[in-house]
Design a binder for this molecule. Structure first.
Ligand code: HEM
Length: 205
């Protein structure tokens, strides 16, 4: 039986191999636009993080009164729309190609967790907007969470929401997306269902 050093060596060799991260060939079935949707989601996330860091560095007064920072705020807003749009299309693609097959269950779960973490990340961003809509949402959502016994999450406390939106949730999301993409690289993209027969888990590697 292999000891833990041998197991770790095997895992590290696969994780750090150039074949994992920089393959020179791509399977033919993965060359269509449908297989780009995950990368488009990830690219939107990069735009989100860069514009978000700029916003956080300059503070709320900047994007209210400075034209260039209004552009950054608008970029942040549209990057969110693109992120969720591409994520939903990606979710359809992975659903209809059965992309959990062939030992890709954890990749699927991490994708689902990314979606679940992305929702409160977007919502807390909406709350720190501070306009009347966001105040209304904060009060309603606070009552909802109170009723669930989660009163310690105070959605009307904009300091707490800033911390959630700028630090806790984006860092969590970055880690989850990072692991998701690492697993995709290690397992490679799932082959299509075999034509004309019911697929089983053994058909794919
Ligand atoms: C933050 C959101 C997400 C990002 C950035 C992301 C990124 C990616 C990327 C870049 C790929 C490589 C293949 C491709 O682009 O189609 C991929 C594959 C995959 N994704 Fe996601 N994904 C996200 C959300 C999800 C969700 C919500 C699910 C499902 C619940 C999911 C499940 C999968 C699975 C199972 C694969 C393996 C695909 C295969 O083997 O064909 N992902 N993801």
């Amino acid at each position: 039986m292999a000891n833990w050093t041998q197991v770790s060596r095997k895992m590290m060799a696969k994780l750090l191999s150039p074949d994992t991260w920089l393959p020179t060939e791509m399977p033919e079935y993965a060359q269509g636009f449908m297989y780009m949707l995950g990368s488009l989601t990830a690219s939107s996330f990069v735009v989100l993080v860069i514009s978000g860091v700029l916003l956080a560095m300059n503070g709320p007064a900047s994007w209210s009164y400075n034209g260039a920072m209004r552009f950054v705020a608008a970029t942040h807003f549209w990057a969110v729309q693109a992120f969720f749009f591409f994520m939903m299309l990606h979710l359809w693609r992975v659903f209809f190609t059965g992309a959990w097959r062939g030992g890709r269950g954890l990749t699927w779960i991490l994708g689902a967790v990314a979606l679940l973490v992305a929702i409160p990340t977007a919502f807390t961003g909406f709350l720190i907007n501070g306009d009347l809509y966001s105040q209304w949402n904060a009060v309603q959502a606070k009552d909802g969470l109170n009723a669930l016994g989660l009163g310690w999450i105070n959605l009307t406390n904009s300091g707490q929401m800033m911390g959630m939106h700028i630090v806790v949730l984006p860092l969590t999301l970055t880690a989850v997306i990072g692991l998701h993409i690492t697993l995709v690289r290690m397992k490679s993209v799932v082959p299509p269902y075999p034509e004309g027969e019911r697929a089983s888990d053994e058909d794919v590697e």
